[in-house]
Design a protein around this ligand. Structure first.
Ligand SMILES: NC(=O)c1ccc[n+]([C@@H]2O[C@H](COP(=O)([O-])OP(=O)(O)OC[C@H]3O[C@@H](n4cnc5c(N)ncnc54)[C@H](OP(=O)(O)O)[C@@H]3O)[C@@H](O)[C@H]2O)c1
Length: 273
């Protein structure tokens, strides 16, 4: 049996076991995906235990995405650039780290807004945390000519720009200017925690955003954040964040089980139920 898991602390909130076990069943595979809670101070020992127990690999969630990087024997280009690992494949005791968040972000938009062109215009990304790094990486990889990044803590946005794939294409603006920079943009992405259940709402005026711009929020609890509700009312095409979560899981599943799984409405319904 192929054993895989997600590691984090805490880890009970993770939707990954539901996604992967659904695919294991759907594709008739002999496998199991569980959730393993590893406190930060035990990360090295916890990971070594997974190797010793014969795990094929694992996903990594908060707070270990950055710390796992230094435990890996090999990193793909995305993980190196983004500075975080969300997927590990264990090959003959060696840990191969990858980051599939950028893939998840891009594929979600491709599936939900197939006519959207990443290269056609500029993007505005709100936030400069771990997820923002992956989003900016994905956009630059897919030809977005200019990416505006705005973060409450400006220093983090400056660091993100400097370490990105194409620093000359990343423009940093002040957080207070978030409504103004929307003029002429093709895409608006919220990667901050604002709008999430239990958090403050993102305060932004979409008046200057061209009507044909796409609006996406990577927060998926609730599925339709206040930003997406507002954007929809103004006639924008909107894409929810759940698809990013589902699509980022696909390359990991393929690496462990040799099958590239599909994201279907049935899977989305099961995960959001
Ligand atoms: N759909 C998916 O697959 C997916 C994947 C990853 C993450 N997410 C979601 O994306 C969100 C961010 O995740 P992350 O991993 O990037 O977290 P993170 O590294 O902790 O970053 C959090 C971001 O939110 C900003 N923020 C938090 N509170 C704020 C406030 N009151 N006002 C303005 N900005 C605020 C932070 O700004 P400062 O730097 O100023 O603190 C930072 O930019 C979470 O809600 C997470 O659930 C979704």
């Amino acid at each position: 049996m192929t054993k895989v898991c997600v590691i984090g602390h805490p880890v009970t909130h993770s939707k990954s076991p539901r996604i992967h076990n659904y695919w294991i069943k759907k594709y008739g595979l002999d496998g199991n995906y569980d959730a393993v809670d590893i406190p930060c101070e035990n990360l090295r020992e916890g990971v070594a235990e997974l190797v010793a127990k014969g795990y094929r690999g694992f996903n990594v969630t908060i707070p270990h995405k950055e710390a796992v990087l230094s435990l890996c024997d090999e990193l793909d280009e995305g993980a190196q650039q983004i500075g975080a690992v969300n997927t590990v494949v264990i090959d003959g005791g060696k840990l191969r780290g990858r980051n599939t968040d950028a893939f998840g972000f891009i594929q979600n938009i491709r599936q939900e807004a197939p006519k959207f062109s990443f290269a056609a215009g500029s993007a505005v990304v709100l936030g400069a945390g771990g997820a923002a790094k992956a989003v900016v990486h994905g956009l630059l990889e897919h030809g977005t000519p200019e990416v505006f990044v705005l973060n409450r803590t400006k220093e983090k946005a400056l660091i993100l720009a400097k370490s990105s794939l194409a620093p000359d294409k990343v423009v940093i603006a002040n957080w207070d200017e978030r409504s103004k920079v929307l003029e002429g943009a093709s895409l608006l992405v919220n990667t901050t925690a604002l709008g999430m259940e239990g958090k403050d709402t993102l305060d932004i005026d979409l008046a200057l955003l061209p009507r044909d711009a796409l609006v996406t929020d990577i927060v998926y609890t609730p599925l339709y954040t206040p930003l997406l509700v507002d954007a929809k009312k103004r006639g924008h095409k909107t894409v929810t964040g759940i698809g990013m979560l589902l699509h980022q899981a696909r390359p990991a599943f393929q690496a462990w089980f040799g099958v590239m799984p599909e994201v279907t409405p049935e899977l989305e319904k099961m995960v959001t139920a």
